[in-house]
Design a protein around this ligand. Sequence first.
Ligand code: SF4
Length: 161
Amino acid sequence: MAKGKYWHDGLQFSCQGCGHCCTFPGGFVYGSEKEFRRIAEYLDLPFETFLERYTEEIDGHVSLVSPDNGPCVFYDGECSIYPVRPSQCSSYPFWQDILKSKRRWEREAETCGGMKRGKHWTRKEIEVQAASRTENLMAAKKRPQSEPREDVHELAHHGRE
Ligand code: SF4
């Protein structure tokens, strides 16, 4: 991160649970294989079933589906997978794109009532959140494998015998 950014003294944010960011039309929720495996486990679903039922590819990234271009498929008045939600959601609004200028932060705050109030996030905490979002974006470019990793290793091992 460059020196002297407006957020280096920290920023305020506490989610108010309004659901705006989960119901925004045309929204998407990218996820990594690790994040999707965690959600599948939380829902007690085989990973392959989860992938088929709840994911799609958007612009080369794997995303949760948004039926009819509407709310997140797991939004039902509140987030139904909150403890295992992808880092795209847990790192919001500390995304590079939103942090890039004060003007951009202020504009985002017009739609998110949690910004500019509540918890004070330190520069370090913001950097951690922004990095986790960047990692999420990179990881979402890889199509998850439907086979459990153990099986893949086992096949590879047998192949060498
Ligand atoms: S828009 Fe902001 S306040 Fe509303 S649910 Fe999303 S993060 Fe929370």
